[in-house]
Design a protein around this ligand. Structure first.
Ligand code: ZN
Length: 270
């Protein structure tokens, strides 16, 4: 845990109105490492070692697998208070981290080491989230000139949300075979509007972690969502790195494995 970032982030937030991301004129080859934990949870790691965790899920609530131990980020980003994004905090579950770990769960700009985090006011996709006013904070994480947007469970993007997001290089978007969060039409509109170089789907069923074929309810796998999209790069790994000078020329869909340290229920035949 890097407490030193607290003071820096307060100073930075006071001084900075936020950036919507003009394309950087830079040739450095520094990269952000993205590590996929599972569902909508990712770790972002910058060159200075700063780690941000976004959207940790609660163990075995709706999802059939455990939250792993040993994840000790410098800050935690939460797009909205559903148990599959906030570790069950809104429902009163014990939060797995110390109170001194900063939590970003609202719009605003903060700095954590190499990372600038910008939260933008969004709105949860219908019909879910009425119990908390359907609030959903779109998160942009920027370091080394690369801008990553995590949409949480947002619905269609309005003009003000698009303006707040600015340039997006890497887009993390809910995508599953039964259109749990986003319709195909809305998905196409979002990708066209943001025009990211890399699209990483998230928030889909992970069959090797779920013994019950009906679980989680109303959540499809990623393969049908990928049909008709391309090029698709199956990473075969739970990590990938993205640097400004290494982004693909055209759009690429990148599919990460979930982290091998996430354990679920025993799957028959395995
Ligand atoms: Zn969700």
């Amino acid at each position: 845990m890097s407490v030193r970032y607290l003071a820096a982030s307060i100073l930075f937030a006071a001084a900075c109105g936020g950036s919507t991301g003009e394309a950087p004129d830079r040739t450095e080859d520094a990269v952000i490492e993205i590590e996929y934990i599972a569902h909508a949870a990712f770790l972002f790691r910058a060159e200075d070692g700063t780690e941000l965790l976004i959207d940790p899920y609660a163990s075995r609530v709706w999802l059939g697998y455990d939250w792993p131990t040993g994840i000790e980020p410098d800050a935690i980003l939460i797009t909205h208070p559903h148990y599959d994004h906030d570790a069950g905090r809104f429902r009163g579950a014990p939060f797995p981290w110390s109170e001194i770990v900063p939590v970003v769960d609202a719009p605003g700009v903060q700095q954590f080491g190499d990372f600038t985090v910008t939260g933008i006011e969004g709105r949860h996709a219908d019909p879910y989230g009425k119990e908390f006013g359907q609030r959903n904070t779109l998160m942009v994480v920027e370091a080394h000139g690369v801008r990553i947007a995590h949409l949480g469970d947002n619905g269609p993007l309005t003009a003000s949300m698009l303006a707040g997001l600015g340039r997006v290089d890497v887009l993390l978007i809910p995508g599953d075979g039964v259109d749990h969060i986003l319709s195909q039409t809305t998905t196409a509109e979002i990708i066209a509007a943001l025009d990211p170089r890399v699209v990483i789907p998230m928030h889909y069923r992970l069959p090797d972690l779920e013994a019950d074929p009906e679980s989680p309810s109303d959540l499809g796998e990623v393969d049908p969502w990928l049909e008709g999209r391309g090029p698709v790069r199956m990473m075969g790994s739970h990590t990938a790195t993205f640097g400004w000078t290494q982004l693909p020329e055209g759009r690429e869909y990148v599919v990460l494995e979930h982290a091998p340290y996430v354990s679920g229920t025993e799957v028959a035949g395995r």
